[in-house]
Ligand binder design. Structure first.
Ligand code: HGY
Ligand code: MN
Ligand code: MN
Ligand code: MN
Length: 410
């Protein structure tokens, strides 16, 4: 039934560009950090579209937003969605595509006068990126009960502000308890953010798994001293601890091979002056792997190295975990539905893991879940040049439409 129904790719492309105007950076790309003024404006824009489409809008206590379209029967909705917060140098598609494709599916059903058996829900989750407040996927993690609401609300960001204060400031403290509405199933459309689909000339990714993620903050404390007068043998140089460990991360990750990746994305020294041996140094370590046992081994080795270099240099050392998520396998039936639907619509498709974290990996804890990928040009993301071709955006949204229809009628 409705096999020939298709979304309006033009309209979806238009919305992606309109939302991309909020937080637009002068040289292209978007900065819409979680719970910022730009996030508030983005939320307003998307909730405005939800209203125009006749969705019943709910917001929960961590600011997750749900647009509900009733079905013929009551009960938990089939849910789709993603996030609209971005990293500081974000693109127009990461997260936004999944939310706006969900709205495009609703508009297509509305125009076709289709009433589905199960309700349908389009959601966007708070702070998926974790770029301002760690951990990432915070809103969906709280939604599935993986992080106590109070703990999330009291979390302080890299600018020292608390989630609670920022939620209040942008008016995103919802009336609903977290975890509602429950979902019958969840399917997220997302750009791949990697090179595989483009390199293999494939249009659709049927995502089977999200790899494990380990985020830590490393702190080294030594003794600030004069850069000119202090002999090297007398130094307790905090920067040396951080820089040596950052170099080791790269070496150890490359030694692990396979899917192992490692990133030192942030590093800061105090007092951060040219002629002062740093008193303290902090850095972040982001390690990921599809194989959790290798990931744990690399985590342990990096921490061991940091402790050793700190001891040799006479530094105090502390590691604080910011997030740790084991690899998540998606529901084989829903993955299969994505794959067969893509094929039925005439698109090339392959199964694959996700290198990036997503809200779907949290929803997988509470309902049958899968993801649909579309190619990223040049395999890049978290970069203002992030791009996905309009025809691939439309392909992904058409697969989403048909998968959601199937789940709504099941
Ligand atoms: O870091 C991630 O994978 C996600 O974009 N938050
Ligand atoms: Mn994303
Ligand atoms: Mn992202
Ligand atoms: Mn992500």
């Amino acid at each position: 039934m409705w096999n020939d129904l298709r979304i309006d790719g033009e309209r979806l492309w238009q919305r992606l560009n309109e939302l991309g105007e909020i937080g637009a950076l002068p040289g292209g790309g978007v900065c819409r950090l979680a719970l910022s003024e730009e996030d508030r404006l983005g939320r307003e824009r998307v909730m405005g579209w939800m209203q125009e489409l006749g969705l019943e809008i709910h917001q929960d206590a961590i600011g997750n937003v749900f647009g509900l379209r009733p079905g013929q029967q009551p009960g938990p909705p089939v849910m789709t969605g993603s996030h609209i917060d971005t990293v500081r140098t974000g693109g127009l598609y990461d997260g936004n595509l999944g939310v706006l494709a969900g709205l495009e599916v609703v508009q297509t059903l509305n125009q076709a006068g289709i009433e589905t058996r199960r309700p349908l829900c389009v959601a966007f989750f708070t702070n998926e990126e974790g770029a301002r407040f760690a951990p990432d996927m915070m809103g969906s993690l709280v939604y599935v009960g993986g992080m106590p609401l109070e703990q999330a609300l009291s979390t302080r960001g890299i600018d020292g502000e608390s989630v609670a204060d920022c939620l209040t400031r942008i008016g995103a403290v919802g009336e609903r308890p977290v975890g509602r509405p429950e979902a019958h199933a969840f399917v997220e459309l997302h750009v791949e953010q990697g090179p595989v689909l483009e390199q293999q000339g494939i249009t659709i990714g049927a995502v089977e798994q999200v790899q494990g993620i380990s985020w830590s903050e490393y702190r080294f404390d030594g003794c600030s001293n004069h850069a000119g007068t202090t002999p090297m043998s007398l130094r307790r140089d905090a920067a040396h601890g951080a820089v040596a460990t950052a170099a080791y991360v790269r070496q150890r990750v490359e030694q692990a091979g396979g899917h192992q990746v490692g990133t030192v994305g942030r590093m800061a020294f105090t007092p951060d002056l040219i002629n002062v041996v740093p008193l303290s140094a902090s850095m972040t370590v982001d390690l990921r792997n599809t194989d959790d046992s290798v990931l744990r081994q690399v985590e342990e080795d990096v921490e061991r190295f940091a402790r050793q270099v700190a001891e040799e240099e006479g530094l105090a050392f502390e590691r604080r975990s910011l997030a740790r998520f084991e690899p998540v396998d998606f529901d084989p039936e829903v993955v299969g539905l994505v794959e067969t639907t893509a094929r039925r619509l005439g698109y090339s498709v392959r199964r694959m893991p996700s290198g990036a974290g997503h809200d779907a990996q949290m929803l997988a804890r509470v309902c049958p879940t899968a993801m649909i990928f579309v190619p990223s040009v040049g395999g890049i993301s978290h970069n203002i040049e992030e791009y996905t071709a309009p025809e691939d955006v439309a392909a992904g949204a058409n697969v989403l439409l048909q998968v959601l229809l199937e789940l709504c009628q099941s």
